[in-house]
Each structure stands twice: as structure tokens, then as C-alpha cells.
Design a protein around this ligand. Structure first.
Ligand code: GRF
Length: 197
């Protein structure tokens, strides 16, 4: 399966996904794209031998359809079977989503359906949650709301800050996403639950 990955920043999840697609893995990373030409993950993808592209969303201020058309062009050119959003921080329109619906995954740093949107770790701390985590889900037009393919849980510790919790969750994201992608690429949509190693 041809796998395209979209990032916005460091791309740590993208790196783990690309590194996981070797040997008998049914997936192969064919391109990494970003909405930010300065995204550090682009150089990391290139270092891993994966072609990259960037479409600066700031060139399309107020023209989301124009941005998405520019994003779609290099994406469709490589004929991806699966599209993974990995730290991709732009909201995509239903038109874009519908082009990939059913084969587009996203990782979100909360135990959905809790805390869709931003600042998930601070919201978990403010709520006094004892557990937090990450979710990989199929992308649908509604933000952070598609069918769940996998979740990883971590404990929230008394002295946690948003940063310490984010770091603990990110470690589990790096375990969860590759495992979910491998299963998904094999056509297995059975939800996966990981607990912190
Ligand atoms: C992290 O906050 C992660 O929880 C979320 O996106 C952000 C950046 O991830 N998925 P990455 O290092 O760019 O993969």
C-alpha cells in the first residue's frame, strides 16, 4: 500500500511511521507533505529517503479551497492508497476529506471522544483526569470524531504539567500509530488498545 503522510512540524510521528514500513510491512511511504516549508520534519523525511513537498498555507490566506487544491496536486500525483495525518495542524474541508474518506488516518493527543481540538493535555489536567493518552482514528468531515482505530493510555501523575504529560503521551503515540497503520494496511480495522509499557 502506498502511504502518504502530512505533517506541520517536527514530524516525530512521521519518522516512526516511515521507519516502521520495512520488510514484509504492507505499507511503503511514498511522500511526506507539509503546510509549512520550514517544517523540521521535511528534512527528516528526506534523510529517510522519502520524497517531500510543501504548500505554504500562508500563501492562501482566506482561500482554503485554493490551499487544498495545491495540496492535492502532489498528493494525487503519487497515487496514495492511505493518507496519514501526523501532527498536521490544518483543518481540512469536507471536500478534501471525502476524497480520502475511509483511507485517511489521524493521530490526536487525547482519549477521544474526550478533548477534541487543541490544548488536550491542559484540559485533562484541569479536569483532574487520572488517565490521558492518544487516539488514532479514521478522518471524517467532523474534527477529531471519526471511528477509533486505536488508543494508548498513560497515567496522569500528580506533579504533571501539560509538557510532562505531552511527552509521556507522545512516547505512546510513537508506539500506537505504527501498529495501527500496519493493521490498517492489512485491512484489519479491529480497534487496538495499548497501555504504557
Ligand atoms: C504532538 O503534539 C502530537 O501529540 C500531535 O502532534 C504534535 C506534533 O507531533 N500528534 P509530531 O512530532 O510532529 O509528529
Amino acid at each position: 500500500k502506498r502511504v502518504a503522510i502530512l505533517i506541520s512540524g517536527g514530524g516525530s510521528n512521521m519518522v516512526k511511521l516511515v521507519e516502521s514500513m520495512t520488510g514484509d510491512h504492507p505499507g511503503r511511504a511514498v511522500i511526506v507533505g507539509s503546510n509549512d516549508p520550514a517544517a523540521a520534519g521535511l528534512a527528516r523525511a528526506q534523510a529517510l529517503g522519502v520524497p517531500t513537498f510543501a504548500v505554504d498555507h500562508r500563501d492562501f490566506r482566506g482561500d482554503r479551497p485554493g490551499f487544498e487544491a495545491a495540496l492535492l496536486e502532489p498528493l494525487l500525483a503519487v497515487r496514495p492508497d492511505i493518507l496519514c495525518l501526523a501532527g498536521f495542524m490544518r483543518i481540512l474541508t469536507p471536500d478534501f476529506v471525502q476524497r480520502f474518506q475511509g483511507r485517511m488516518l489521524n493521530i490526536h493527543p487525547s482519549l477521544l471522544p474526550k478533548y477534541p481540538g487543541l490544548h488536550t493535555h491542559q484540559r485533562a489536567l484541569d479536569a483532574g483526569d487520572r488517565q490521558a493518552g492518544a487516539t488514532v482514528h479514521l478522518v471524517t468531515p467532523e474534527l477529531d470524531a471519526g471511528p477509533i482505530l486505536g488508543q494508548a493510555r498513560v497515567p496522569v501523575l500528580p506533579q504533571d504539567t501539560a509538557d510532562t504529560l505531552a511527552a509521556r503521551v507522545l512516547t505512546q503515540e510513537h508506539r500506537l500509530y505504527p501498529q495501527v497503520l500496519r493493521r490498517f494496511a492489512q485491512g484489519d480495522l479491529t480497534p487496538l488498545t495499548l497501555t504504557a509499557a
